[in-house]
Design a protein around this ligand. Sequence first.
Ligand code: SF4
Length: 408
Amino acid sequence: MLNTMESMKQLYRIGLGPSSSHTMAPMHAAEDFLARTPDAASYRVVLYGSLAATGRGHYTDRAIESVLGKTGKPVEILWKPDIFLRKHPNAMTFSSLDQGGSPLCSWNVYSTGGGALRDDESWGRADRVYELDSMDSILEWCRRKGAMLWEYAADQEGEELFSYLKQVWEAMRASVKAGLEHEGVLPGELRLPRKAAQYYARTQYLSGSIGRRSRIYAYALAVSEENAGGGQVVTAPTCGASGVLPAVLYYLQETHRISQQRIIRSLAAAGIVGNIVKHRASISGAEVGCQGEIGTACAMASAAAAHLMGGSNYQIEYAAEMGLEHHLGLTCDPVYGLVQIPCIERNAMAAARALNHMAFSLLSDGRHFISFDDVVSVMKETGEAIPSLYRETSMGGLAALERKTDSL
Ligand code: SF4
C-alpha cells in the first residue's frame, strides 16, 4: 500500500443504496464494462465470495442488470459464494460473449468498500493527493502551521473540494428529509416497516435529553431507511453506515444554528478521519466487519461534532479515537443479506454515541492513552482475525438465527 491518501471525493460518494460495495460499485463496474464492450452478443457476470453470499439481499444482480440489461442483450449472473478470489472478498468477473457464447473479453474487478473499484491493473495504484496518511503526522503538520484539521484537507485538495462538500451536505440533508417523509414497508423478505417518520412525530411530545436523543435516532433512521429502500444517500464512509454522520450534523445544525460553512468544514475534518481508516485499514464490511463501516462512521461523526462544538485538533482526534475504539470487533451479519437488521438501528446508536464522544472529549484537554492511529491498526488486525462467517457473508451471527416468517 502506498503511504498517501486519495481525494475525499472518493470517500463521500453520492449515489443509490442499499450498499456501496454490493450495489453502487457493481453498477459502476457494469457501466464501465459496457462502454468497453458495446459489440458483445451477450454478457456473463460471475459474483464471488461476499458479493455472491449477500448479493441478492443487496440487489447486486439488479444493479448489474439495470445497466447491461438495458442493451436488450441476455445477461447471465452466476453466484459463487464459496469461491474467494485472492485479492478481495468482493470480486466479480465480467465477460462479453459472441453469438456462439464464447468469451470475447473478461475483466476481474473488485469492490473494495465505500463504492470504490479496483481491477488487476489498478490494484495497489490510485490517484493519491494527500502527502500524509496518519493522524499523528497530520496533527504535527497542523501544529506547525497553527491550522485546524480541515485546513489540511484545504491545503491538499484546494478550495474546489469545498464546493464538492457543499453538494455532499445538500445530498445528506435531502436524505434526512426524504426519510422523515417516506412511510411503508422496506423492500425485501423481512417486510420491515420504516420507523423514522413515526419516531420523529413522537419526538414532538418528548422534551429534555430524551427528546433530543430521540431526534438523533429519527434522523439516523431516516437516512438508513432511505438507503435500505434504494434511495439516494452519501457514503460516509459506506451506504450501510450512511445515516450516522448526516444525523449528527443535521441535529447540531438545527439545535445550535451552525452555519453551512462550518458544517462543510466539519465534513472535511470527518473526511480526514474516514480517509485514514480507508487507507491504513479498511472500510469494507466484507474485509473487516462492521467495525470498519459503523465504527468508522461513528469516528467521523464524533470528529465532526467535536469540531463543530469548538474542540481543538487533539480533542477532535480523541473523539474520533473513541468512535472507532468502542466499535472494535463489531461483526457484519446482515439478516437475509439485507442492509436492514442490524444495520439501520446500528446507525441510530452510533449517531447517539458520537455525541457522547464529542462531549467526553471536550471535557478533557485532548490527552489520552490510545492514539487514533493505534486504534486504526488494531481495528485492521481485529478485522483480519474475525472469521469470514461474520464478515458480510450472512452465514453467522444474527444472520444465522432461525428465520422468522411473520412481518413485524
Ligand atoms: S452489519 Fe454493518 S457492515 Fe454489515 S451490511 Fe450492515 S452496516 Fe454494513
